[in-house]
Structures are given as structure tokens and as C-alpha cells.
Design a protein around this ligand. Sequence first.
Ligand code: SF4
Length: 393
Amino acid sequence: MSTAEHEDADRRPIAKGWCPGAYRPMRSGDGLIVRVRPRLGRLTLAQALGLCEAARRFGSGIIELTNRANLQLRGVRESQHLKLVAALAELGLLDDDPSLEQRRNIVVPPLWRPGDDTERLANELAARLGELPPLPAKFGFAVDAGPAPVLVFTSADVRIERGRGGGLIVRADGARDGVSVDPSTAIDVVIALASWFATTGGGTRMKAHLAQHALPAALAPTTAPAPQAALPLPGPTLLGPAYYVAFGQMAAVSLEQLLQDCAADALRVAPRRAIILENASWAASSEFITAHDDPLLNVDACPGAPACASATVETRLLARGLAPLLAGTARLGGPRTLHISGCAKGCARAQAADLTLVGRDGSFDIVRVGTAWDRPSCMGVAPRALASIIGTD
Ligand code: SF4
């Protein structure tokens, strides 16, 4: 990690001490947030429709996709939480053991196939979660064992990837290279890396820890990852059509309609706020992003006010208004990616964006090529003045 990145990590406001789970939801301005971690990022049609019904019945009817390809039900009433947990368990979307449920932070590439290395290793890791030491709640794993890594920008602390020679590697996040493994030893090495992190006083995330501590000789990285590949864009994929979800937030009724219109067999959840409908036909939809050049694909915005109690500014309507301006500025060499954050925590995007607007006391601070917690170049800009700033950037 460079010195600058180090400073950035130090400046990032402390996140809440846990990730919201199904058993342990988080309170927000619009009620409880209940997170569901679908195994291998896949829901059967019955599970997907059941989840939509649960979102309507026990919550506000809003479902969110997270950056790590999980699902969140928003606006759940406290009085309905236990009923929702029972409904999710009935759908087979929960582990019986809340502590295992909480630590099942495993993200996979969306186009895995039955019987491939990704499926086998993700299942083995899920079955061996009890062998892991106590870890911070946000500590996560990417089982990215397809032909090329596609989850490089998806948050994870330990990664299983394809190495340059075609074999598997296990890579600590922040390390350039990984340890060569074969499928039978990969999870042993994952557990060894997590144990090293825990026993050496690992803090919250692997990348920051690795900047301060060298890996032991037995886990020394030797093999570079294969060149990364892209996640699927909106449109057809080998499994069925991919749709993107603006800001990761959709109405349960819209998802139900899409599943029905496409005659999908199952639903896969992908990082970067996408869904793939297995064995489905393409159906036009105004509720989802369907064009690969839609400027909203390059815009991140957290829920903002009033949904989040930490925000003093509205974010997503503003983002929809500003997104079309990006197409013009990007052609002229201006900002291509835009992040609108309700506060300096920057929940919607951990990586730098070309332009980041950070809410503070009803106005925005502006960060160029940075994150929400970086030093702004301009402060206290009124929301109505932002369009002209983007247009001239
Ligand atoms: S970044 Fe957005 S969602 Fe996260 S705490 Fe701040 S206002 Fe809330």
C-alpha cells in the first residue's frame, strides 16, 4: 500500500462495528435493514419470489443489492423482524446458526457453473467456516476461481483466484501475488491466512494489516494472478440476461414482474449491482438498466436523507439528474465516474471516483479523483450549483 493510500485508510470514518445480517439487523432512518446472503449468489425462482413477498409483507417493499452481491430488505418494522427471520428460514435462505450466518461473507463470480472450482471451493469454505478464528464482521472471502479473476474490485480480504500459469492461487488482499495451491489445499491455505491475520492482531481488514506486517515464509506469495476480466454488462450472458439496478435499489414488485416477464428459472446476484436471470428470455424493462452505455452504470449514490440518519442531503434524485451530464463530460476528457455520498463514510463506493460529492450540513464538499473521506478541493457547494460544476469540470 502506498503512503497516500495509507493516509486515506486512516482518514476513513470508523464504520459501524458490524454488517447487518438477518439475525442482527441494523437500524436506519427508514426502519431495520435485514441482509440476506444467498449461497453462491443464487436464489431459486421460489426463493426469489418468496423474498419479494417477504420484502412487501414485513418491510417497505424495497430490496437492495450490496457491493458484495448480497440482498438487503429495507424498512422492516421491529415488530415484524422475527416473523421475517422465520419466513427467510422457511425459504432456505438462512443458516440455522446465527454466528455462521454472520461470518458467511463469501462472494463468487456470477457466471460460475455447477461442478466448477468456484462452486466446489465456495461450498467447502462455507462448510468449514467453523474452523476460522474470530474475525472482524466485515472480513470476507472472494472465491473467484473462473478462467480469470473478475472480483478484483469487489471487497474481500482473502481471495482464491486463477494464477498466471492457470493453476489456483490464494491471495491476501493487498498482496500483489498469491500462494500456489491445488483444489484440495486451497481452503487450508485460506484458513491459514485468516488465522495469521487474527493471531498477529489483524485490526479490521487484511489490506491495512498487510501494509504493516509481512506474511510468514509458509504463506509467502510466489505467483501472480492471471489478468483480470470484466464482469458481464447489461444484456445477454451465457446463463441468461443480465440487468443492472440503479444504485442497487429496486422495488420487490419490479423484480417479481421481471422474473415473470423473462420466465426465469433462477436468479443470480452479481457484484456491481447486477442480477442475471437463469435460462430466461430478454424482456424490456424501464425499471432496470438494460443498456451498456447507460450513464447510471458509472454513478454510485448511497441512500442519503431521509433513509439514512447520518445524511443531511438527498442523494439519489440528485444522482439521476446529474448522470446524463457525465456522458458529455466523459467525451471531453472530464469525469467518467461519479459518487454521491450522504456523508464522509462513503458506503456506496470504497474505490476512488473521478468526482465525489460528499454531503455535509446540507451542502456538498467536492473531491476530485478520490474517495468520500479524502480531502475535498472545494467545500460547501449548494445542491443547485452542482450541475454547473460537473458541466465545466
Ligand atoms: S455514506 Fe450514506 S449510507 Fe453511509 S452512513 Fe453516510 S449517509 Fe448513510
